[in-house]
Ligand binder design. Structure first.
Ligand code: RP5
Length: 183
């Protein structure tokens, strides 16, 4: 067992003077350090002020009439969102890239709506650990009034969860996003 018995080179209670300097480095006054921290925090808040915190994704432009209800609900609650159309089947790379970067961009919850086989919410959840809320949608060729999309979105494998709201109920997805954000 070894013990540190050597005398410490650094003077007790302060920094050792730099070679060539006459004394200890000046310590910033606590008040000016606090003011500078507050200024930095304010700068960061200012930078983030317009950034969206909820993403609203959908597989096709034809989903917009149903999905815009989520955007309306979020806006009414003062929650910033962005809306994007990207298909898990037609643009798989775009979806993967978007989902991977979402957290870094400040997104906190992702709402994803799709019809038919409705892979979009699940694919997004595969590429991010942000909460994903799926909205099963009806479309021209839906089976059983949207049951196809409902099962695709809700029947995720263990470990890759997607929250699922009712068919065409994008408004509820927005309300749930607000609750996840506790706003
Ligand atoms: C899904 O297929 C979309 O989410 C949409 O609900 C459905 C039909 O898409 P479009 O053929 O109208 O583009 O991928």
């Amino acid at each position: 067992m070894s013990h540190d018995t050597e005398p410490h080179a650094q003077a007790e209670g302060g920094l050792a003077p730099e070679p060539g300097e006459g004394g200890p480095a000046p310590v910033p006054e606590p008040e000016s350090a606090a003011a500078s921290l507050a200024e930095t925090a304010a700068d960061i808040d200012e930078l983030n002020v317009e950034e969206p915190v909820v993403a609203i994704l959908m597989g096709s432009k034809s989903d917009l009439p149903a999905m815009e209800k989520a955007a309306t609900e979020l806006t009414e609650r003062g929650i910033r969102s962005e809306t994007r159309v990207m298909s898990a089947h037609r643009e798989p790379d775009t979806v993967a890239e978007y989902a991977k970067n979402a957290r870094l961009r400040g997104i906190k919850v992702i709402i994803a709506g799709a019809g038919l086989s409705a892979a979009l919410p699940g694919v997004v959840a595969a590429h991010t650990d942000l909460p994903v809320i799926g909205v099963p949608l009806t479309s021209r060729t839906s089976v059983a009034g949207g049951l196809d999309a409902l099962l695709s979105i809700s029947q995720m494998p263990p470990g890759v969860p997607v929250g699922c709201v009712g068919v065409d109920n994008a408004r509820n997805a927005a309300v749930l996003a607000a609750r996840i954000l506790s706003i």
